[in-house]
Each structure stands twice: as C-alpha cells, then as structure tokens.
Design a protein around this ligand. Structure first.
Ligand SMILES: Cc1ncc(COP(=O)(O)O)c(C=O)c1O
Length: 396
C-alpha cells in the first residue's frame, strides 16, 4: 500500500490555534505584544542582543543590507547556490551581486575562493554567507576576512534555526543574521522573518525601516503618554512588519522547538545510518564542532560514480538519472526536491550577466545532483521504512 510522504510538515497544535485568535479578540493585530515576546524569545535562544521580526526573511535581508549602508554602487558577494531571494535582496538595494562558487561537500560558500574575489574589486562592501539547509558556513574564517578587508557581513540564516558552531548560533557571527519562518523551515509562522544583531545602530535602523521609517513603534507610542500624536518619520522606510497573529504562532513554535528539532535530528540520524551503505547517495557532511539544524536533509546523488573531479558532461549525465530516481519516488508518493538552485543559471541572473552553467561548476553540480529527502518531527518508523525501502527499490 502506498503511503503519502511529504517533504516536510509544519507542526502546529492546540496552543497555536488558541494563541492565533487572541490578537483578534484584543484587536491588536500588527506588531504588538506577541511579536515583542517572539523577539525576546529569539534573543534568548540565539544569544544575540537584538531581534526584529519582519514580514519574511527576504525583507529582513533587505532591511539588514540597508541598515548596514549597502546601496547603489556597492557590490555584495553571494554564494551561487542558494535560494534566489538571497541575491534578490541585494538587488533591492541597488547594489550588484557578485557570485562565489560553493564547496559541494557542505553546500556552503567556498571560503577558499573569497579572498581572490575580494581583492579583485574595491566596490565589494559586504559578503552574504548563506547557512544553507541548517549548516553554518565557515563563519570564523569569513569573519577574519571581513576584519582584514573591512567588509560587512550579513548571514542569510533563512534555514539556520538551531544551527551552531560550538556554542555560537547561526546568524550571530556577522553584523546581522536573518531567519525565515516559511513552511519549509523548521519553525513556522506562515510567512515570517527575523533579523538578529548585536549592533545597536543596525537594530535601531531596522526597527524604523521596517515600519515606514517611524521613529517610534505603535507599541511604544501606545505604552507612553501622548500616543495620540504620530511620531516623526526620519527615514524612507518600508512596510515589512509582522502581524501579531504570526507573532503569537512564533511564540508557540519557540515553546515547541525541542520537540521539532529533536524530531528532525532523530530522523536525520536514522538516514545517516541507513544510507551509509548506499553508494549512489552521499549524505550531509558536518564539520567538527558544527551542529546541523537540518532545515533539510540533502544528499548528493552520484549514481555510484566518482565525483571528485566533476565535469559538466558528467553532471549532466548523472542529472538524468537523479531525475528518474526522483520520479520513481514521486510515483510511490514520496516527495523529494532538489536542494535549492544555482542562481547563476536562473533566467534573470543568467541573462543579466551572460553566465554559462559551468561558470560556477560546483553550484551547477549541487543544483543538478542534490536531493532533499522527507524530514519532519514525528515521522513514524513505518513512514521511514517506507521511504528507505523505496529508495533502495528505485536505485536497483
Ligand atoms: C537561503 C534562503 N534565503 C532566503 C529565503 C527567503 O525566505 P522567505 O521566504 O522567508 O522570504 C529562503 C527561503 O526559502 C532561503 O532558503
């Protein structure tokens, strides 16, 4: 009998259902006490000084870039294998995206390529490392480079919740870090994002920019005397506010994070064991002292070939087989996805820069050969066994 296995599952319970109606009852539906509590919980969990909720991670990235002073004429280094939103956020500021290839082992920016790129162009003002799929990029080394070349760092931690290097949480290494609470992420508020920083100046700017540039938030105004007067608007801002219903769900998701994250890690550990003996798949690599957040469990499909010296031809050949493998699993109603995309191969960026697929070969390989397997807290043994049995069958 077929089982329906989704790529992931949001985990909501009665607490979320009860919490989401409270703002409707009080009438405080935008950026009120629940958003404030969600922010405080995020500060406590990540160890950052400040947290500001936003409408999603893309807008949080835009806010962070603008608060760091990134603007037209500047260039920002972004890994070429990431979700398109990382690059788009840079474009919103008028700055130019400079792509850097990734390390196929970690799916993260190849830090060994960074220094050459930095030295080649004095307009480069910032790096946006992406802590992809829950694994931190080599942030200690990237921070050394930032110091040496006086660059700003904004971590795209959309997938980075509960990812760590030793005792430092994803998103706390750079000048700021941004998280997503989209349903594909570990904790979810529908849409939703959060920016964290230790820099008071960035925190203040983000707080204003996300609220049309208002010098005081509604919450502040209503708590103080003289709330009937509108505040001054001292910058040209945006409306990137989070609703208080989302904030209320966020608070419940933070209360539920141990269950969600332990559940995801348990399934990931089971995959690690069972897939070790399958030569067609390479399981996620975790450097020493790193703790993976497992936003996704992403393997490389090798078809059993040696992939240490990949060419475009080899990638294209194996890609055909990966796609057939994914189709076979889909026929068994098991959802899989390619990890994410090679942004330099997407129409907009490809046409703008005349990129060829092989310009960032490891990103191209990651796009064509990666496969994310179903992962969610509460996956039953029967569901897990069904996935594994069908993976083995499809690889025969
Ligand atoms: C690496 C990365 N950056 C940014 C985003 C954008 O997040 P959001 O959908 O919350 O704007 C995502 C979402 O999928 C992502 O995976």
């Amino acid at each position: 009998m077929k089982m329906n296995i989704p790529i992931t599952k949001t985990i909501f319970g009665d607490e979320e259902k009860e919490a989401i109606v409270k703002p409707l009852e009080t009438g405080w539906v935008v950026q009120g006490p629940n958003v404030a509590k969600f922010q405080t919980m995020f500060v406590e969990f990540t160890g950052s000084k400040y947290a500001h909720a936003a409408s999603n991670c893309t807008t949080a990235l835009h806010l962070g870039l603008e608060a760091m002073g990134i603007a037209k004429g500047d260039k920002v280094i972004v890994p070429s294998f990431t979700y398109v939103a990382s690059a788009n956020a840079v474009e919103y500021t008028g700055a130019e995206v400079i792509f850097c290839d990734i390390d196929l082992k970690t799916f993260n920016i190849d830090e060994t390529k960074l220094e050459k790129i930095i030295k080649s162009d004095s307009s480069i003002k910032a790096i946006m490392p992406v802590n992809l799929f829950g694994l931190c990029a080599n942030m200690p080394y990237i921070m050394e480079l930032a110091k040496k070349y006086n660059l700003k760092i904004i971590e795209d931690s959309a997938c980075g919740f509960d990812g760590w290097i030793e005792d430092k949480h994803s998103g706390t290494f750079g000048d700021c870090g941004c998280f997503s609470f989209h349903p594909r992420k570990s904790i979810c508020t529908g849409e939703g994002g959060m920016l964290i920083t230790n820099d008071e100046n960035i925190a203040n700017k983000v707080s204003q920019l996300k609220d049309h540039g208002a010098s005081k938030s509604d919450l502040q105004r209503h708590k103080e005397k003289g709330g009937s007067l509108l505040p001054d608007f001292t910058m040209r801002g945006y409306n990137y506010r989070m609703t208080d219903m989302q904030g209320a769900v966020g608070v419940c998701q933070m209360d539920r994070k141990e269950y969600i994250m332990n559940g995801r890690r348990e399934v990931a550990a089971k995959y690690d064991v069972v897939l070790k003996d399958i030569s067609q798949l390479v399981t996620p690599y975790i450097p020493e002292n790193y703790k993976h957040g497992y936003q996704s469990y992403v393997c490389i499909f090798t078809d059993g070939e040696d992939i240490s010296n990949l060419s475009k031809e080899q990638i294209d050949r194996i890609n055909i087989k990966r796609n057939i493998f994914m189709e076979k699993l889909e026929e068994m109603t098991i959802a899989t996805r390619q990890g994410t995309h090679a942004v330099h191969t997407l129409g907009y960026y490809k046409n703008k820069n005349n990129f060829k697929d092989e310009d960032f070969l490891m990103s191209y390989a990651a796009d064509r050969l990666s496969i994310a397997l179903p992962l969610y807290a509460g996956m039953s043994d029967a569901e897990f066994d069904y996935v594994i049995t069908n993976i083995k069958e499809a690889l025969k």
